[in-house]
Ligand binder design. Sequence first.
Ligand SMILES: [Zn+2]
Length: 147
Amino acid sequence: MANVAISTELLAQIVAHAQQSPFAEVCGLLFGTPDVIDALERCTNVAAEPARRFEIDPAQLLAAHRRSRAGGPVVIGHYHSHPSGRAWPSATDAADAVADGSVWLIVAGFDVTAWRAVANGAVEGRFDPLALRMGASVARNADVEER
Ligand SMILES: [Zn+2]
């Protein structure tokens, strides 16, 4: 299985973000390279039904892409939580996902799973599973390689 690397610190930040919102989905952007997540940004969920879906604040998304084009961190995907579900893509997620190869992290409780949005994915026709490779030094190594 393909994998994506993340530091234990970033993973803990995602779990903590989700725990602060027991009734509404939280979301955020992921930055790095296609195989390494080395930063994240908490975003506002502007979905009309935040208990059931998420939509990253378009202003935050736009700003992140603008920074990216100016040489800043590259947006590689995003995370969101399932407050009352499991860490698995929902039919709603599949319907909303664009098959652009981006990384999706889904958090439920202490479980975090990783996926890549692709055409004809193994799950819900849209997502291929990614193994999360964890390590404290991952982000630092990625920084060295990237900058
Ligand atoms: Zn979802």
